[in-house]
Ligand binder design. Structure first.
Ligand SMILES: *Cc1c(COP(=O)(O)O)cnc(C)c1O
Length: 331
């Protein structure tokens, strides 16, 4: 199952699908837009973290690990897929989250429970505090005779980014005249791997404001994952208003648009923001009609069910439907 330290967890290649109705709604030609379905990566509900985990968990297995430890928010897609990978491989997953136990588990956190992950609640901590608790957890597990491996935040380091360098090569085989890939930028490994394979000029990252210095982080990982040095200034990164995780009106509109043009479900934190960024990029001429644009669907569906504002937005659609014309009645 393991080749060169990489362990197969997903189903490859993922489909590349045309999105003509979404393209037209955005102001592109109907043949200009494709959706790369990395929400359909096969393991544990799917999503982009599977490609990175194939490398980081592969390295952990090579080191003889029996326990995977990682960090994130309670609605982390990465933590959920680390738990699924551990289940698939017969390992233990220990997830270190900020906050305290006792809240209701929804979305990703409910799936963590289903996958049998153990949760360590770190209390009221910032990012550094969370990393400290994770390091102490690793020490404690090792003291108990386990062989823990720490999987980086978001699965993002130069090794994990290899998974997205491979996705970049997969895309070139599916669409040789690819001009731009649009991707949500969170912990950065996904964009970094794509940049390593496709060059910085073909990758447009839409920042989710998950990190303080996204350009520096992506450039460092792209350099580590690729064959040439990438500088922060070369990267195409677009800001979108609104703090991390906040459902702004453009993101809410993007969720509705993808759902109603293509039957495609986006999530409120990452892919909805990425589509809002693509819409803004078409509107200001950064992304042009007549060129092949790919929207990378990185998954995140469980997160929709862990995000109260997104659920309320979806429910608003029921009220729209209640005022729509009557459907034809059948006798
Ligand atoms: C983590 C995540 C991203 C961002 O990927 P990074 O490699 O962390 O930048 C995008 N979309 C979804 C659904 C994610 O879970």
């Amino acid at each position: 199952m393991s080749t060169n330290g990489r362990v197969q967890l997903g189903t490859w290649p993922t489909p590349l699908e045309p999105a003509p109705r979404l393209a037209a709604a955005l102001g592109l030609g109907s043949a200009d837009l494709w959706v790369k379905r990395d929400d359909l990566t096969g393991l544990g509900g799917g999503g982009n973290k599977v490609r990175k985990l194939e490398w980081t968990v592969g390295a952990a297995l090579t080191d003889g690990a029996d326990t995977l430890v990682t960090t994130g928010a309670p609605q982390s897609n990465h933590a959920r897929l680390t738990a699924a990978a551990a289940a698939r491989l017969g390992l233990t997953a220990v997830l270190v989250f900020p906050g305290a136990p006792g809240g209701s588990a929804s979305g990703n956190l409910a799936l963590d429970g289903l996958f049998g992950a153990r949760i360590v609640w770190a209390g009221d901590v910032d990012a550094d505090g969370l990393a400290e608790v994770a390091a102490r957890t690793v020490e404690r597990l090792a003291g108990d005779g386990r062989r823990p491996a720490l999987i980086p935040f978001g699965g993002s380091n130069a090794l994990g980014a290899q998974g997205y360098a491979e996705c970049g090569r997969e895309l070139l085989a599916q669409l040789p005249d690819l001009a731009t890939v649009v991707v949500a930028l969170g912990s950065g490994g996904t964009m970094a791997g794509l940049v390593a394979a496709l060059g910085p000029e073909r990758v447009l990252g839409v920042d989710t404001r998950a990190m303080a210095e996204p350009a520096a982080a992506v450039a460092a990982m792209a350099t580590g994952a690729g064959e040439r040095a990438v500088t922060p200034g070369e990267l195409l990164i677009r800001d979108q208003p609104g703090d991390y995780g906040v459902l702004t009106p453009p993101i809410a509109d993007a969720l509705t648009l993808a759902a109603r043009t293509e039957g495609l479900v986006l999530d409120p934190v990452y892919t909805g923001r990425a589509l809002a960024g693509l819409a803004a990029a078409v509107a200001d001429g950064t992304v042009l009609p007549g060129r092949a644009t790919v929207f990378l669907h990185t998954g995140g569906l469980p997160g929709l069910f862990g995000h109260p504002a997104a659920i309320r937005h979806a429910e608003d659609g029921l009220r729209d439907a209640a005022t729509a014309p009557e459907p034809d009645r059948h006798p």
